[in-house]
Design a protein around this ligand. Structure first.
Ligand code: PLP
Length: 459
């Protein structure tokens, strides 16, 4: 189906001269800028983008796993416009504004499950700053309890936790770390990735095999000593490295081991938060409660940059108890950003939460996930496909790499799909999908057919 662009679009093309000054993030700049038809987007509405040269593109990835409510929903646009014209900015240190308190309260009461006691919210700017914040809160918490020897973090191979030095250090992607190896934070160790090609290929949802891999955490505790470990940080479902659903029982066992040794557990839910698995959080989906959750992206439907850390009340209380109530201006946590609690982000967040609720988007995602799963797995058997994985509205198709040129086949498929009107996410030779939660069965058919058609054309 062809949707109309939101307003009349004057079509333009972008040339390599136009693109000279910009250093594009996580992009092969030379290749992009030399392309005859660079992927340059001008407008968006609902499930679609429109390029500057007027082509309509169906969004199979919610931007970068983030526009969960679809593009430019009217009520969120209006809330942002109203807010920026009313209170453009408010210092987040020493001053507050009503919407930041309101949004924190509503996240606690409406997004998070009350029994979890995740009832404090620290606002950041993005996923990377949420991860740094959660790591710093973890260290500060142990210091506050007189347990300051706990300085280590345990991450995981194939984990992505953004690009700050903290997130890079606990992350497990060589390309992201290589040039900065000398500056990784000390004391970090990594669990093995749970993904196992032979055992996991073509599984749907949580693989049955691999829950026992959580015992590796026990080995790391024995190796380093529990009294040196501050926290374990994991994506419940690693997304950027190719959608790797956790083996059944794995997360629960990690929780048990952390509990046994007073180690904090951080779930990085920058992708999985806000309905991606058909629930408010992956924590709720898997019924495993961490001590801290990092999020961003769906927090404001990505329409204004923002992130947040949810943490358990006892962590907040431990920090509050470090200072006396004698009227002196003691700061309990020396941390924050100029753009923490940004009024426009808070307004966007409140309107986003309303929109998720009013449109019943988390349940909708849960209801359409089986159809998405069938569509994804229909790609099995097509040329070069070596695996298909999915959970909720996240899915991945993994391709056999071109000999000697990893990532090339994945990149070519992404380019071909875009030329054919569908945006997919390429990571190495894996094509990931994470459509907005408003996706219809017809949209899923178009996305899957486009991938299928172009898979057959690949060398
Ligand atoms: N953590 C996870 C799990 C992510 O997927 C991402 C981004 O995709 C980040 C952290 C970093 O977020 P940002 O790019 O907003 O800094």
């Amino acid at each position: 189906a062809t949707a109309s662009p939101p307003t009349t679009t004057t079509t333009t093309t972008t040339t390599s001269d136009d693109m000279e000054a910009l250093w594009m993030p996580f992009t092969p700049n030379k290749l992009f800028k030399s392309s005859a038809r660079p992927r340059v987007l001008a407008r968006a509405k609902g499930m679609h983008y429109w390029t500057t040269d007027g082509r309509q593109i169906l969004d199979g990835t919610a931007g970068l796993w983030c526009t969960n409510a679809g593009h430019c929903p009217d009520p969120i646009v209006k809330a942002i416009q109203d807010q920026v014209a009313t209170l453009d900015y408010c210092p987040s240190f020493l001053f507050g504004h009503p919407k930041s308190f309101e949004y924190a309260n509503r996240l606690v009461s409406e997004l998070l499950v009350p029994d979890t006691k995740l009832n404090r919210v620290f606002f950041t700017m993005c996923g990377s700053t949420s991860v740094d914040t959660a790591m710093k809160i973890s260290l500060a918490y142990h210091v506050a309890r007189g347990d300051g020897t706990r300085y280590r973090f345990i991450g995981r191979e194939r984990g992505y936790h953004g690009v700050g030095f903290g997130g890079l250090s606990v992350g497990g992607i060589l390309n992201n770390r290589r040039a900065y190896a000398s500056c990784m934070i000390p004391g970090v160790d990594h669990l093995k990735s749970t993904y196992h090609r032979d055992r996991h290929a073509y599984t749907r949802g949580e693989p049955e095999w691999g829950g026992h891999l959580a015992e590796e955490l026990d080995s790391l505790v024995s190796l380093h000593g529990a009294s040196t470990i501050a926290a374990v940080i994991l994506e419940p479902v690693p997304g950027s490295t190719g959608v790797l659903p956790p083996p059944r029982g794995y997360l629960r066992r990690i929780r048990e081991i952390c509990d046994a040794h007073d180690i904090l557990l951080i779930f990085d839910e920058v992708i999985t938060g806000f309905g991606r698995l058909g629930r408010g959080t992956a924590s709720e989906y898997f019924d495993v409660v961490p001590d801290l959750i990092t999020c961003a992206k769906g927090l404001t439907n990505a329409m204004i940059p923002a992130g947040a850390v949810f943490c358990k009340g006892n962590i907040y209380d431990a920090l509050m108890n470090t200072t006396p109530d004698d009227g002196s201006p003691y700061i309990e946590l020396f941390h924050g950003y100029t753009y923490s609690c940004h009024p426009v982000a808070m307004a966007a967040g409140l309107a986003t939460l309303d929109y998720y609720r009013d449109q019943d988007l988390f349940d909708r995602a849960a209801r359409i996930s089986p159809y998405f799963e069938e569509g994804m797995h229909s790609l099995k058997g097509l040329p070069n496909v070596v695996d298909v994985r999915n959970i909720g509205l996240m899915g991945a198709v993994e391709l056999e790499p071109y000999p000697g040129s990893p990532g090339r086949r994945g990149h070519e498929l992404m380019e071909r799909c875009f030329e054919d009107g569908v945006m997919v996410r390429q990571t190495g030779d894996t094509i990931a999908l994470s459509p907005p939660l408003i996706v219809s069965e017809g949209d899923i058919d178009v996305i899957v057919d486009t991938i299928s058609r172009n898979l057959r054309k690949l060398r």
